[in-house]
Design a protein around this ligand. Sequence first.
Ligand SMILES: *Cc1c(COP(=O)(O)O)cnc(C)c1O
Ligand code: SF4
Length: 363
Amino acid sequence: MEEWHRQRSETFRSPRSLPPDFELYPSEARFFTSLKEGPKTGLLDFAVPPYYLSLAGAAENDPIRRQCIPRVEELLKLPYEDDDPISDLRFSPVERLVHRYKDRALLLVTDECAMYCRHCFRRHFSSWKSGMISNRQLSDALDYIAGKPEIHELILSGGDPLTLEDTRLEYLLDQIHSRLQRPVIIRIATRIPVVLPQRITPALLELLGRFPSIYIITQFNHSREITAESSRAVGDCVRAGIPVLNQAVLLKGVNDSLRSLKELFQSLLEIKVKPYYLFQGDLASGTSHFRVPLREGMELYRLLRQEVSGLAMPVYAIDLPGGGGKVPVMDAYLEELENDESGRPLRYRFTGPDGNRYYYPAE
Ligand SMILES: *Cc1c(COP(=O)(O)O)cnc(C)c1O
Ligand code: SF4
């Protein structure tokens, strides 16, 4: 059995399956016990591969632990939070395809992830539709894209596309290229290099290398995720001619300090991964304990610029709630901070590229 299959089959999927020496804090255990008290909707599954769990420390607020072990705060849904925070569904012309920007579209090829990141914003998917894209869904999506010549880039997302077996991936990529009959950039959005680097095998790289213009966009959020294994995985991608970029999420208790962000972005450059985006947390249900106030994020970003090279700087961006799209935060899109009656900061007002107004809470 290949190591990545072993990791998949030994993935921890319940609190009882965790190693005996891995003790849960009450704040973590209470998440699981409350599930037993009654059915909950819209919650993200639990899964963590042995490799990723081995990186987690014993402290309650360990940055790796926070990303993989659920906490009771996930059951909290604030009034402005949503299961579909950036309105993917509104921009879905056919099943599993999100077409928000003119020149690029996003295909949700599977609902499975190797690990369910506790801060994930696309959290409705694990209970949304089941399994991986069917041949009919793929065919309908490709019909749509074929009829829109302005689509120049296809993002394979999910879920995590690299949880698919090589044969299925090969079928997807073959179909995309044979049906579209035009050059198309393929971006694979995957956390696999971080959470299950053993999946990056010579056979996978050989397969991906057969197709032109494939990019891998991954998500390292902390420098402790840069290990011998994950460095090897991205190094192999780069050697196979596949550029690797990183989309980090700004997460409270994980990377919300100048030192942590600086270490992360500098270490990524050392393994030839270009920091692409740093995302402000989306307003996904049950993620408030991860959210860094926008004002703090802007200050961190401003300070970071004074400490690291331009190459190490990602674009600090926000995906505007309600479907406004991604915009850089430090830009003219941000108009002003609105106060409530008592003069306390209430929300930020943005004007999206479409000219509409969007809001983000100040807290
Ligand atoms: C994030 C996203 C993209 C990619 O946006 P970039 O700014 O090019 O990285 C494309 N489509 C959808 C629906 C997205 O959410
Ligand atoms: S791998 Fe991506 S889609 Fe899957 S849970 Fe993590 S952040 Fe969400």
